[in-house]
Design a binder for this molecule. Structure first.
Ligand code: P6P
Length: 344
């Protein structure tokens, strides 16, 4: 019986990209490989969360003013503890930690900056909805500098990312990432029996135009008039433009984004006046919008804050929030034109 070959592992894929990059030193390969180990550990805990006392919240409130889930804390700790000793990072930034995370002095420093949301969508853990880890990798501006990293070295526009992607812990665990510059977007599915991520979605391209809109319509009363009109537009009946679109909203960014990346459509988290502390919406520029904007751009899509490209925004704070319109290029460009008054 001819046994099916295992297929291309993520390690083989990363090493192939390293060989194709003359400047590569192997540092990035080491970084991504260790991050993948952290994701495997998180995936194992997420998938057995219902069986052990790791469900529910810790009773604390995090920097985002949100209930901290036990798995959030676990995922954050796994990534920090695994990544801090590999000698490739000069600092880290986490959605769960207010300030930059320094590399302890006993470990060598590197030139990469790792920003991450350890477990996005964690409020869905207890109801078995897909959740995810989002990551964004930058290079330190003055490479080789062993001095402490200053925040303004980290606050780079998304266009400067050297890599970005996410892990989605759902019916299966999938890793999607890109290193930009035309290298494409690739998806790898974790085979627990092999313990490896195997190439399952080679060169993902998002449809130019979709039929899905994703937004929390419960916030309708908190949006401005233009935003309400935009969402109403996607619900109007007009065969020539394929409307009404289908509404799909999981309430877990990685799940909503991943579905639209594969099927096409637009995800929106507009600014709202629901919480005066969050006038620019709920999602974070550095830790959610930028990495997903890099992925979607490399897959042929687009990401906007409603006025212009997410990737060109000059960040002011590590936890800065931003309105997000992301997905199929035609749909997001239309939304941006509509919101900035340049379309009907
Ligand atoms: P809302 C989950 O808490 C999250 O950060 C994202 O994963 C998700 O897209 C968004 O918030 C959902 O927010 O206000 O619709 O519940």
């Amino acid at each position: 019986m001819n046994r099916k070959a295992v297929g291309i592992t993520i390690t083989q894929h990363i090493l192939k990209q390293q060989r194709e990059n003359p400047q590569a030193t192997g540092a990035f390969t080491t970084l991504l490989t260790e991050l993948i180990v952290a994701a495997k550990v998180i995936s194992r805990e997420v998938n057995k969360a219902g069986l052990v006392d790791i469900l529910g919240s810790t009773g604390e409130i995090n920097i985002q003013d949100e209930q901290v889930q036990k798995l959030d804390v676990f995922a954050n700790r796994v990534i920090i503890e695994r990544m801090q000793h590999i000698g490739q990072l000069c600092c880290m930034g986490s959605e769960e930690v207010a300030d930059l995370i320094e590399i302890p002095s006993q470990y060598p420093k590197g030139n990469y900056i790792l920003l991450f949301d350890p477990l996005d969508g964690s409020s869905n853990i207890d109801v078995n909805v897909s959740i995810g880890t989002i990551f964004s990798i930058y290079k330190r501006k003055n490479e080789g500098n062993q001095s402490e990293v200053l925040l303004d070295e980290v606050l780079q526009p998304g266009i400067e990312q050297v890599a970005a992607g996410y892990f989605i812990y759902g019916s299966s665990t999938i890793m999607v990432y890109t290193t930009g510059n035309g290298t494409g977007v690739h998806g790898f599915t974790l085979y627990p029996s092999v313990g490896e991520f195997l190439l399952s979605h080679e060169n993902i391209r998002i449809p130019e135009k979709g039929k899905i809109y994703s937004v929390n319509e419960g916030n309708y009363q908190y949006w401005d008039e233009r935003t309400r009109a935009l969402v109403d537009y996607f619900k109007e009946k007009d065969k020539s433009s394929g409307r009404p679109y289908t509404s799909r909203y999981v309430g877990s960014l990685v799940a909503d984004f991943h579905r639209n990346l594969l099927k096409g459509g637009i995800f929106m988290y507009p600014a709202d006046n629901k919480d005066p502390k969050k006038p620019h919406g709920k999602l974070r520029l550095m830790l959610e919008a930028n990495p997903l904007a890099m992925v979607v751009k490399e897959a042929g899509g687009y990401a906007s804050d409603g006025q212009g490209p997410i990737l060109e925004i000059d960040p002011k704070e590590l936890h800065q929030r931003i309105p997000l319109f992301i997905g199929s290029k035609q749909d997001v460009e239309f939304a941006e034109a509509f919101l900035s008054g340049k379309a009907p």
